[in-house]
Design a protein around this ligand. Structure first.
Ligand SMILES: [Ca+2]
Length: 434
């Protein structure tokens, strides 16, 4: 019986995509409706592919951190659209765009009305707005930007660049930290909310004051319109573009389909990766400032890896010294999940959409990049997280059976209800459920 029913599933799925969802609905009440999950490589040989975004008819835009933006059309043709300084083969390029360490061309997102207005948003490091800043690590450095473009009807090129955010903070020089090179912690993920506004994740760029300073665009999630203007109802006091603050490095950002609640997935500093439900005006509770909350001076005025930053130590001791979610803040948004106190590199997230995901439909997929340190086991996996309705806890976390272990950098749902994943190893995977 079981074999027959499996064969039936495969045949139906192969015949017609819609048939799969009919099957799942029909049999949902009888079995446990557990999907069969498998993965395949759809692109390889890329250089640090970071983010993806899809048109409704299946064309995929993707970024490569040190190269630029490309699109793979639904027909299978790849166009190299917009390159960075020194990159080759792109139809056009921006000579102000560069990469360094974790920084470079990161997020890409299409306007919700893309079919009509052909608008695309792109996040990158740029030297165009450094001005008189960026001379040291301890001053303002406007080095990450959000650009807006028009995409040609046949997807062969983009044009009309307008920079809508010019002052996201950037780390210009090496400092005395682990992973201390220039370009640390830029955030870079973007998503449109059900309210039609663009949400942009940023990072603390290894600057101690960033966590709780709302005059600078660092450690925050922005909520802006398509011209870069803040939502009139943003509640944070300070820069009116800020939706939430107190984040470490927001690289995972997605809205829950059932109610539009925004969640972030963040990478912890050798303790506490976090998934958090965001609230307008809320504080993520990250404050790596020195000489505060019982801390002494820290290397380069940044306590993010203290105490004892170069050595392994009990994550709980580190977590108490510079917490990912400091409970002394009254406006703290508590994490729903903290990876049992470990940091293994949570860096991307996407809600699973489509009946083909069976019991996992609506759950939160998070990509983990596997840093093992000081007794913490490596990760390199995708988790499936069942979040509670109130967003304050999780009901279960299981590892997605994708069949490979990679540094999963970006996750995005495709219009075919498959989950797509970029890896630091240079691939884009398609993870299917049926
Ligand atoms: Ca937090």
């Amino acid at each position: 019986m079981k074999v027959l029913s499996n064969v039936f599933t495969v045949i139906v799925s192969a015949m017609l995509l819609t048939a799969t969802s009919v099957y799942a609905e029909h049999h949902g009440s009888k079995g446990m409706n557990v999907p069969k999950i498998g993965s395949m490589v759809v692109m390889s040989g890329l250089s640090n592919p970071w983010d993806m975004t899809f048109t409704k008819d299946g064309s995929m835009f993707f970024t490569e951190k040190c190269d630029g933006l490309s699109v793979k059309t639904a027909a299978g043709k790849t166009h190299k659209l917009y390159g960075m300084k020194g990159s080759k083969g792109y139809k056009s390029s921006g000579n102000d765009l560069f990469c360094s360490g974790q920084a470079g061309m990161l997020g890409v997102e299409l306007d919700p009305n893309f079919k009509k207005n052909r608008t695309l948003y792109l996040y990158s490091t740029s030297n165009k707005y450094h001005g008189s800043g960026c001379k040291t690590n301890f001053e303002r450095c406007d080095g990450n930007i959000v650009m807006k473009f028009k995409v040609a009807k046949d997807l062969s090129g983009i044009s009309g660049r307008t920079d809508i955010v010019k002052d996201i903070q950037y780390k210009p020089f090496e400092s005395n930290q682990p992973f201390g090179g220039p370009g640390a912690h830029n955030g870079g993920r973007m998503a449109f909310g059900p309210d039609g506004y663009l949400y942009v994740g940023t990072g603390d760029r290894h600057r101690g004051i960033c966590g709780q300073d709302n005059t600078l665009l660092c450690s925050v999630v922005l909520r802006i319109d398509g011209n870069g203007k803040g939502h009139p109802k943003n509640k944070v006091k300070g820069d009116k573009r800020i939706y939430t603050y107190g984040h470490r490095n927001v690289q995972g950002l997605d809205f829950r389909p059932s109610d539009g609640q925004l969640f972030t997935a963040e990478h912890g500093p050798w303790h506490n990766d976090e998934i958090t439900a965001l609230v307008n005006g809320g504080n993520g509770g990250w404050d790596p400032k020195e000489k505060t909350a019982g801390r002494t001076a820290c290397p380069d005025q940044y306590c993010g890896y203290e105490p004892n930053q170069m050595e392994g130590m009990t994550p709980a001791v580190r977590a108490a010294y510079t917490p990912m979610s400091d409970t002394r803040f009254k406006d703290l948004m508590p994490p729903a999940w903290n990876n049992n106190g470990y940091s293994q590199g949570t860096g991307s997230a996407a809600f699973l959409k489509g009946k083909n995901w069976g019991i996992y439909e609506g759950r939160f997929a998070t990509g983990i990049m596997g840093i093992g340190f000081g007794g913490t086991p490596g990760g390199m996996r995708i988790d499936i997280v069942d979040l509670a309705k109130d967003g304050l806890s999780v009901k279960s976390v299981i590892h997605m059976p994708v069949g490979v272990s990679k540094r999963f950098r970006g996750l995005e749902m495709g219009p075919d209800n498959a989950l797509y994943a970029t890896t630091d190893e240079g691939e884009i995977y398609k993870v299917s459920a049926q």
